[in-house]
Design a protein around this ligand. Structure first.
Ligand code: ADP
Length: 383
């Protein structure tokens, strides 16, 4: 009986209020209780900190006081519409909205709303979590990502530029050599000077076109990430590459043995790119042969394995240490004071883009062999 006495009821109510107060004081999120008219009934200690209001300043005030953006105006419509239709938009779901501090500053919050029906009245409890810090971190992350993207784009551009400089060096040196020879020929009164002059200028213009071709191919290669392969007879491609390396002065007069199997047929390649590889390997070999007493190089090509052709560019130079071998194909690895260390990494990129493989081995001649494979055009006749 005593439970129903007036005293007991008021004690229970007091206990309840005390309980509510302790919740409001300790709940870690901002907690705001409003009635169906949007009037603030309770305001937790964390909410005081968050919104920079004292509880007594906001009790009885309209909750739109704490809202930013269009929620400030529409809040009551949301409640009314919910009470009318029973359709929940935010209740029980949670959403990120903009809140307003006492000084008018807006900040992002994660808002969750629970409802309670007391008799025929509704109470809504909002739980508010400040997202400013999280947003700041997200923003910082975005900035860092943007910086990273920018940096990697810049370094890709840098690598591309160095690669171009490296590859263009050969045809441009050849152009310079031909033009120098042409200039000297102008002074010569030998009979066939005019004919040779004609040839030198022809060759210079061919090399200039080739330089343009390299730029175009490299650019296309980077932008599309694919190659323009077609069936090309391998033997002439290798012979041309050797001739080009000679002309540009890359290999001096070092003898080059050619062991090119007669039944190779065609390979599926972009000839300009594969020429780049062979010339690069010949130039590296020649550089390794500086100071070697009887320098020799060998370019060989044999069919196989399977649907591939194997090409080797070898020298009888000093070979390479295990250490160099391990990092050989990495960009910017060089043992030369003037080297850029890009040649082999470009070679690898090209060969792999063609579906082949490239590796360095100790050569039978006592130096180094670079061996790479190219896909055979199995449909083509032997040449
Ligand atoms: P770079 O020629 O600019 O140094 P590369 O990528 O062409 O760059 O070569 C990287 C390194 O590999 C060279 O610096 C050299 O030490 C080594 N190397 C390449 N080819 C040979 C070779 N035939 N014999 C010995 N060492 C070689």
């Amino acid at each position: 009986m005593s439970d129903f006495s007036g005293d007991a009821v008021s004690t229970d109510l007091e206990a309840l209020q005390l309980h509510l107060r302790s919740i409001l004081a300790s709940v870690p999120d901002g907690m705001i209780v409003i009635d169906e008219k949007g009037k603030i009934l309770a305001f937790s200690a964390a909410a005081e900190k968050l919104f920079n209001y004292k509880e007594e300043d906001v009790i009885g005030a309209d909750v739109s006081l704490l809202m930013g953006g269009h929620d400030e105006v529409n809040h009551q419509n949301y409640i009314d519409s919910y009470l009318e239709t029973g359709k929940r938009h935010i209740i029980g779901v949670g959403r990120v909205v903009s809140a307003k501090r006492s000084d008018g500053a807006l900040f992002p919050i994660d808002l969750k709303i629970g409802e309670a029906k007391v008799g025929d009245r509704y109470l809504f409890t909002a739980f508010v979590r400040d997202l400013s810090e999280q947003r700041r971190n997200e923003l910082r992350m975005q900035e860092m990502q943007a910086e990273l993207v920018h940096f990697s784009r810049m370094s890709a551009v840098g690598t591309m530029a160095s690669a171009l400089a490296h590859e263009l060096n050969q045809p441009l040196t050849a152009v310079a050599n031909y033009l120098e020879a042409a200039r000297d020929l102008l002074e010569s009164d030998s009979e066939n000077a005019r004919e040779i002059l004609h040839e030198a200028l022809d060759e210079a213009s061919r090399q200039a076109v080739r330089a343009g071709e390299i730029v175009r191919k490299l650019r296309g290669y980077v932008s599309r990430g694919e190659i323009d392969a077609r069936s090309v007879p391998l033997k002439p491609l290798l012979i041309d590459s050797i001739a080009l390396a000679r002309i540009s002065g890359d290999v001096g007069d070092i003898p080059i043995d050619k062991e090119i199997s007669p039944d190779l047929g065609g390979v599926l390649v972009d000839p300009i790119q594969v020429q780049q590889v062979v010339i690069n390997l010949l130039r590296n070999a020649a550089e390794a042969l500086i100071g070697v007493s009887a320098p020799r190089m060998r370019v060989s090509a044999i069919p196989g394995p399977d649907a591939f052709v194997t090409v080797e560019v070898c020298d009888n130079g000093p070979g390479m240490s295990e250490e160099v071998r391990k990092t050989l194909f990495k960009p910017f690895m060089t043992s030369k004071s003037q080297g850029m260390g890009l040649g082999l990494s470009i070679c690898q990129t090209i060969i792999e883009a063609h579906g082949g493989k490239i590796e360095a081995l100790a050569s039978a001649e006592g130096g180094t062999c670079f061996r790479f494979t190219l896909r055979r055009d199995t449909a083509s006749a032997s040449s």
